[in-house]
Write a protein that binds this ligand. Structure first.
Ligand code: URA
Length: 282
């Protein structure tokens, strides 16, 4: 096991030229003088190096942030310099906000156009989200599904566990949809939808419902739920007399579609990924 008194193979850094060197901390110490093993001696990478790689700040800046008590690891404020962390497991936060430090996994947001099926490939040669991502990242999977006719926010990730947790109703991740419907919306509908509506395959409850706009016998309504059943929003609204003519997913948890143009893809920022991972306990 490596410890603070053991030379390591961390690459030399630019900060070495600024008067500070990791070697200083690693000066030989008689075994009898070594401090008892602490968190700082754990296997892994130095915290300031991991922070620097994650884009939080240079190693020097990261050390200042540690010194100022702004960095926590697994919920505990870091008190010492030189702590070692496991970037694949430890949860690191700056000023209480989680930063995503695992750099081996990527997650993208896509504004899926209508007409494209949610699959990485299709044996009937229909256009798929797989065609849209091309060879962006090996091992990408889509997080849940949108119907062929549904447009809007679809997440894709190389992190299978994240995909599972975001899609599974038990993790309670709220999905927000805007639906264009025909017919007038009864005033008390939100109460009925929140109480639960019976569908063929069981009841469904929304987390929230509101009318966004009404014009010429058409309304746009916002539905938030954490259900993943097939055609759930269309079936739910049809059941209460509001057939859907257009359906757009505008958010998955804290990730919003905002002004993304149809057919475009963007990589989630570290902050977004940190928030998303935390939401599902990763
Ligand atoms: N509900 C639907 O009806 N369709 C979708 O694509 C997603 C949710």
């Amino acid at each position: 096991m490596m410890n603070a008194a053991t030379p390591n193979d961390d690459a030399p850094t630019a900060s070495g030229g600024e008067g500070w060197s990791e070697d200083m901390e690693l000066a030989p110490v008689h075994p009898a003088d070594r401090a008892p093993e602490t968190d700082a001696d754990r296997e892994g990478e130095r915290l300031q190096k991991v922070l620097a790689r994650a884009g939080v700040g240079s190693r020097r800046v990261s050390e200042d942030m540690i010194e100022a008590g702004r960095i926590s690891v697994n919920g505990a404020v870091v008190q010492v310099q030189g702590m070692r962390v496991d970037p694949t497991r430890d949860k690191i936060a700056v000023d209480g906000v989680r930063v995503e430090i695992r750099d081996d996994r990527v997650t993208y947001a896509m504004n899926k156009p209508p007409g494209v099926i949610t699959a990485m490939s299709d044996d009937r040669n229909r256009p798929t989200v797989g065609d849209m991502v091309g060879d962006l990242a090996p091992g990408l999977v889509h997080v849940g599904r949108l119907d062929q006719d549904t447009e809007g926010l679809l997440l894709l990730t190389t992190d299978g566990e994240l995909a599972h947790r975001l899609a599974h109703p038990s993790y309670g991740v709220r999905k927000t949809y805007l639906a264009q419907v025909s017919g007038s919306v009864p005033r008390d509908l939100h109460k009925r939808l929140r109480a639960g509506i019976d569908l063929d395959d069981g009841p469904v409850k929304v987390d929230s419902f509101r009318v966004v706009d009404t014009h010429a016998g058409q309304s746009v309504v916002e539905v938030v739920l954490h259900e993943g059943r097939k055609h759930i929003v269309r079936r739910l609204l049809a059941e209460v007399g509001l057939p859907v003519s257009r359906l757009t997913r505008t958010a998955v948890g804290p990730i919003e579609l905002r002004a993304m143009r149809s057919g475009t893809i963007r990589k989630l920022s570290r902050e977004e990924l940190g928030t998303l991972s935390e939401l599902v306990g990763l």
